[in-house]
Design a protein around this ligand. Structure first.
Ligand code: EPU
Length: 455
């Protein structure tokens, strides 16, 4: 056995660790500095937007994550030349965009939800679009009815076949009046990416206004689009005949920042997240402070740490922006298992986003999930037909366990639970975490985690 290995690494050698798994020796604080780059939920959409430009585009701060690889692969299928002029940058030459064989498109099926956003740009560029089966985290039904209804309103003809979705626009695409049943992020992006080149004006009501959407609008404006964000979730888009390429630095990943902030709190550590900005994180920072976390906003990032003392329980409702994001609740819930008292987390965005709680309970947490919500619990807004609530009672010491990662954010919460737990954990299916967290293994190493990883 290699004498230079840590204890966790030695035990990895002994058990013959399976690929895509990590052994963690928990109970040690994560301390140090890491950097977040462009948001997964912006960079991938910015990549789709290049299809609308007649000239090349350059995107900076692109994270090295598998969702980006999937979108790159699909763009290449359509003849976009993608290159890597510098670290973290992707350039796109769209001068030879062409139709693709369905088999080539289908090779990307099930890997990501982003392909649905190719519809508008492909209809403008090629007059047709073929969309493979979608992937993404299994956190509910994740229907695409808002997307398809909006595309039909623009004049697209949608055919659902066994192999996927086929769209054509026999009479071109025309601006439309669309009201979303819910301020869906993806459906808002669908409308933006379609309306910018449709003839006439589009009025979108009940639009999502997440910072990633604002960054996408900034990109489209650089390309030549005319988009105005009006009060009360209304967006007006005046279609134009031609769009150019863009140069843009992607907005930082707010979800990754919130994840590492929770990791600092959970492991009683101290993490400086370079690239994090306050203005897009205010709602999270308020909750983090109420739970008992400390933070310091600096010019080039935010430092998060556990200042000592007891953590306090909170009541949270996930919501659309500027509310508390659904992607922030999973890592924070791990911290809430150590708060003194009962915390309530109402999930109002997705219908099935507490699946990760079972593994936390196996590790010693006390989380009760109410699948139909908590009927007599007052909430700020009654908005969805479905909702779930989790009641977390703490503090409960966590111990190591064997866990199979179910989804991206839930997986990160398992990882930080294992890092804080007494004893050893084996976490498998780590690949799902690298869909959205860049260089996760390097970052764990930089923060002093004790682990062995078999990629
Ligand atoms: N919805 C419908 N019909 C539709 C579209 C959405 O019923 O046609 C429902 C969804 O089922 C869900 C709600 O509307 O209940 C909100 O979904 P939304 O469309 O806003 O989500 P999304 O665009 O599919 C993005 C992020 C998610 C993030 C949500 C909410 C990407 C690739 N994904 O998903 O990120 O949770 O917005 O902010 O941008 C993640 O990063 O782990 C992740 C899941």
């Amino acid at each position: 056995m290699n004498p230079l290995l840590t204890d966790a690494q030695k035990s990895g050698e002994r058990v013959g660790l399976k690929s895509d798994s990590i052994i963690i020796n928990g109970g040690k604080p994560l301390n140090g500095s890491i950097e977040v780059r462009g948001a997964k939920n912006l960079a991938t959409k910015a990549m789709v937007a290049v299809l609308l430009g007649e000239t090349p585009s350059l995107l900076k701060d692109v994270p090295d994550i598998s969702d980006v690889q999937v979108v790159r692969g699909l763009l290449e299928v359509y003849g976009v030349k993608v290159s890597n002029p510098a670290h973290g940058q992707l350039s796109f030459d769209t001068s030879n965009v062409e139709s693709a064989h369905f088999a080539e498109i289908d090779a990307h099926a099930g890997a990501s939800r982003i392909p649905i956003l190719f519809c508008g740009p492909l209809l403008h560029r090629l007059g047709e679009a073929r969309i493979p089966d979608l992937g993404g985290c299994r956190i509910g039904d994740r229907p695409i009815d808002f997307h398809l209804d909006a595309l039909r309103a623009f004049g697209a003809v949608v055919e659902k076949k066994f192999e996927g979705i086929f769209l054509t626009a026999p009479n071109g695409l025309t601006g439309a009046n669309i009201e979303l049943p819910y301020p869906s992020v993806g459906a808002t992006e669908q409308v933006l990416l379609t309306a910018v080149r449709a003839s006439g004006v589009t009025e979108l009501k009940n639009a999502a206004i997440e910072p990633e959407i604002m960054d996408l609008i900034a990109i489209l404006q650089k390309m030549g689009a005319i988009i105005s964000v009006e009060p009360n979730r209304v967006i007006l888009i005046e279609g134009v005949d031609r769009l150019e390429g863009y140069t843009h630095r992607a907005l930082f990943d707010r979800n990754e920042v919130a994840s590492w902030a929770s990791a600092a709190l959970v492991t009683k550590g101290d993490i400086f997240v370079r690239g994090a900005r306050q203005s897009e994180m205010m709602t999270f920072l308020n909750v983090f402070r109420k739970v008992g976390g400390a933070f310091d906003v600096q010019e080039d990032g935010i430092r998060f740490w556990h200042p000592g003392g007891e953590l306090k329980p909170v009541t949270i409702e996930t919501d659309v922006h500027p509310g508390f994001m659904t992607d922030w609740q999973q890592p924070l819930i791990v911290a809430l298992t150590q708060a003194h008292g009962e915390s309530f987390v109402h999930e109002t965005v997705y219908e099935n986003r507490f699946g990760f709680a079972d593994a936390l309970n196996e590790m010693g947490a006390n989380i009760v999930v109410h699948k139909s919500g908590l009927p007599n619990h007052p909430r700020r807004v009654a908005r969805r037909d479905f909702e779930q609530a989790a009641v977390i009672t703490g503090p409960t010491p966590l111990h190591g366990a064997n866990i199979y990662v179910p989804d991206l954010r839930g997986g990160f919460s398992h990882l930080i639970a294992a890092l804080s737990a007494e004893g050893q954990s084996v976490i498998s299916n780590m690949g799902i975490i690298s869909r959205g967290y860049e260089h996760i293994i390097d970052k764990l190493e930089a923060l002093g985690a004790d682990f062995v990883y078999e990629g």
